[in-house]
Design a binder for this molecule. Structure first.
Ligand SMILES: [Mg+2]
Length: 262
């Protein structure tokens, strides 16, 4: 299968592992009760529990690497990791807390759940540095997905009660995560992104062909985009091409409009 998506980055906490429940229990609260009363449009657990950020992390960090290693895997973890790997090369991309032991615990979790020799991971807070055309981040944090898209990638918000897909995460119905499983939802979104990229690639190839014909016929093109293309090396239009690919078909069409056809 010829995919336009060339890399999937999978978040760990809140997507593959239940971070929330033990974090809530560390504060002596019941996860089911806290989730049932979770306020809409709120991501921050400290805010929900009414504690400072430092106070939130204190009992978690007191548990060291064990807190992270013992996180309960969500029931879909194997379907999802395998399914992503079958769709495109897949890397788990996870940000550690400020406790150095968080990184150790995360590696231990991946070895425990995904196998002793599992090595397809990156640990670091700067997820947008992995963004590029064709790369998709699957993450439960809206702002993280937005930053990844702004940096040139694509993203799927993983439905959870603490993000913008709250109603999808909580609802019951034919297209909910409870009916299809979260992997069903993610797979649907991956296909949608891949389809958009394919359509965009088709438009761009038309645009390239038109440009090549115009150059070959010696036509004078004064559009600023085309000027920039001429300054590029031969037909190498890496920058506008990546913009068009990344922006989807709308962006590609806008670029086409700006450049008069011969
Ligand atoms: Mg997360």
């Amino acid at each position: 299968m010829n995919r336009q998506i060339n890399r999937i980055f999978l978040d760990l906490d809140g997507v593959l592992a239940d971070w929330l429940s033990p974090a809530v229990r560390a504060h002596g609260r019941d996860p089911d009760e806290v989730l049932a009363a979770w306020p809409a449009s709120t991501y921050d657990l400290a805010e929900v529990l009414g504690v400072s950020t430092n106070a939130l992390w204190k009992p978690i960090h007191a548990q060291g690497a064990a807190f992270w290693e013992q996180l309960e895997p969500y029931p879909w973890v194997h379907d999802m990791v395998r399914g992503c790997q079958e769709f495109a090369p897949t890397t788990i991309l996870t940000s550690p807390s400020l406790d150095p032991m968080a990184a150790a615990g995360k590696v231990a979790w991946m070895q425990r759940v995904l196998g002793r020799d599992f090595r397809d991971f990156l640990i670091g807070p700067d997820k947008p540095s992995c963004a590029r055309p064709g790369a998709v981040l699957i993450d439960d944090r809206d702002s993280g997905c937005e930053a990844f898209i702004a940096a040139g990638g694509h993203a799927v918000v993983f439905p959870q009660p603490w993000n913008s897909l709250r109603s999808l995460a909580l609802a019951t119905g034919p297209r909910t995560i409870s009916a299809d499983g979260p992997w069903g939802f993610v797979l649907h979104e991956l296909h949608a992104i891949d389809k958009t990229l394919s359509e965009s690639a088709g438009l761009v190839s038309t645009w390239l062909r038109d440009l090549a014909e115009a150059i070959d016929s010696g036509e004078v093109i004064d559009d600023d985009v085309a000027q920039a293309l001429f300054r590029a090396d031969g037909y190498n239009i890496g920058c506008p091409l990546s913009e068009a690919m990344n922006g989807g078909s709308d962006r590609a069409e806008a670029l086409l409009e700006r450049w008069p056809k011969p």
